[in-house]
Ligand binder design. Structure first.
Ligand code: AMP
Ligand code: ZN
Length: 492
């Protein structure tokens, strides 16, 4: 029997606004699509948070024994400035500014994206398709939408007729908007005069002469509208109807609303059973966003080279920080918050390390099976990682009592306890045991200890150039020194 048959997972579905029991279309299999990055600049921590939330979802579904096909795309064409239907392609703009090929931009930032995700111990998706690799599929979709009467051609571009669609379907059902309200609130932008109505969106755009990313089509040499790629790629790999579609909250409208409209118009059915939206990471109470420049790059946090933070933080501390909030809550990135998470993370790792040395007793002070089920209950409740972490800290408390001889577990319970703790901490939350305690006998640990002592001496002698050099050069090698009240610890 697989775990998913014993556990009842509930997922908050944006479409219904409720937590629903998760039942996949095909027993034992899950199809999940998550909108990936537009690769025109380095990913920031906000992007990382969204992908990390879905990495946790992927990990938990796999842990439950599902065979998961996880598709996360790369947007390498068609995404215009301001997420609009007019303006320059984000990738082309970057290529123009740097005088390089658009595909050089794509390659550079795809590599950065993968490196960043590897640093944070992400599992790779099953398929990572690109928009440019699926132009033919997108053209076919546009043809079908036109044939079905929901797309119209204007000056070589093709638009989706939102008003016509809304006569028989419900445009706005995901983002809880009404077309009438949209009519009052849509700004008419220059260059949108080809549209019958400002609410219509582009399926295909005729390329201006300077637009270099272009493909032939029945309507013009041009490029696909931004929303089309996800419809083409999700249904190609997961079928016309699939289980889960995820992305950041900001993509609900228009991007995901338009995906639903395109699918319903082309195939006559809503594509997704469970829509999941991850909430935003904020910095100084404002959404972290490339367009406003209110961003922190992962590398700055990992090296500590950012005036906003007092020190460097390890990737697992950032994962832990993220998991301490529900994926559906806004999370504010602060130095104090990270310091607290670092402390909590080290407490958890120290306890897990101590557990390795503990011997079984003759009786158990805790009902391990009940505790284990509480951990599952937390994750089954729409991936409630903060509640899970609270249960992990009950385990920490028990371990510390066991160490002092005040509590014990029988051999059988001890094994179950250890396995469960490891599964939730490492397999599901994706944390890595990087905490090396000061009592470690590891040779590298001893060498770093020596460097910490030398740095202490340098500081005492006010030789800050040397003390900073030790810290920075260790950080470059991936070894973070963490200055605290009780002295300096390190992690890598
Ligand atoms: P983009 O590369 O801009 O298309 O964004 C990639 C992903 O990151 C999308 O799912 C966005 O919703 C998500 N995202 C962008 N900004 C933030 C943020 N501040 N917090 C969380 N997720 C974000
Ligand atoms: Zn998408």
């Amino acid at each position: 029997m697989s775990l998913y048959q014993e556990q009842s997972l509930k997922i908050y579905n944006t479409l219904s606004g409720q937590k629903e029991t998760f039942t996949p279309i095909e027993k034992g299999h899950v199809g999940m699509y998550v909108c990936g990055p537009t690769v025109y600049s380095n990913v920031h921590l906000g992007n990382v948070r969204t992908f990390m939330s879905f990495d946790m979802v992927f990990r938990y579904l796999k842990h439950l024994g599902y065979k998961v096909r996880y598709v996360r795309n790369i947007t390498d064409a068609g995404h215009l400035e301001n997420d609009a239907d007019v303006g320059e392609d984000k990738i082309t703009k970057k290529a123009r500014l740097e005088a390089i090929e658009p595909m050089e931009v794509v390659q550079r930032y795809t590599v950065d994206f993968h490196n960043t995700l590897n640093t944070f111990n992400f599992l790779p998706p099953s398929i990572e398709p690109t928009a440019t690799g699926h132009i033919i599929e997108q053209i076919e979709l546009v043809k079908t939408i036109i044939e079905n009467g929901y797309g119209y051609i204007a000056n070589g571009s093709v638009y989706f007729d939102v008003h016509k669609f809304n006569e028989t379907n419900d445009y706005g059902k995901l983002s809880k908007r009404k077309l009438e309200d949209l009519i009052h609130n849509t700004r008419i932008l220059d260059g949108q005069t080809d549209k019958r109505n400002p609410q219509d969106f582009a399926l295909w755009k005729k390329a201006e002469p300077q637009h270099i990313m272009r493909w032939p089509s029945p309507w013009s040499d041009g490029f696909p509208g931004w929303h089309l790629e996800c419809t083409a790629m999700s249904t190609k790999y997961l079928g016309d109807q699939f289980d889960i579609h995820g992305g950041g909250m900001d993509l609900k409208f228009p991007h995901h609303e338009c995906e639903i409209a395109q699918n319903e118009a082309a195939k006559g059915q809503s594509p997704v059973n469970y829509w999941m939206h991850a909430n935003m990471l904020e910095l100084n109470g404002q959404r972290m966003s490339k367009s406003t420049g209110n961003i922190v790059n992962p590398a700055e946090l990992l090296s500590g080279k950012n005036e906003f933070f007092s020190k460097a933080y390890s990737p697992s501390v950032i994962r832990f920080f993220n998991a301490q909030s529900s994926y559906r809550s806004v999370l504010d990135l602060t130095n104090d918050g990270l310091l607290a998470s670092e402390k909590g993370f080290h407490r958890l790792m120290d306890a897990i390390n101590i557990l390795e040395e503990l011997q079984p007793g003759t009786a158990s002070s805790m009902d391990v099976a009940a505790w284990k089920q509480h951990c599952y209950d937390a994750m089954n409740d729409d991936f409630n990682s903060p509640v899970l972490i609270a249960h992990l800290f009950e385990a920490v408390k028990l371990i510390n009592q066991m160490k002092e001889g005040k509590s014990s577990l029988t051999r059988e319970d001890l094994d179950l306890f250890k396995n469960t703790l490891h599964s939730f901490t490492f397999d599901i939350l994706g944390l890595v045991n990087t905490a090396v305690t000061n009592t470690g006998t590891d040779k590298l640990a001893a060498a770093v200890e020596l460097l910490i002592d030398l740095r202490q001496q340098a500081r005492a002698n006010k030789d800050f150039a040397l003390s900073d050099k030790i810290r920075d050069q260790l950080a470059e090698k991936g070894i973070q020194l963490n200055d605290g009240k009780d002295g300096t610890t390190f992690s890598f």
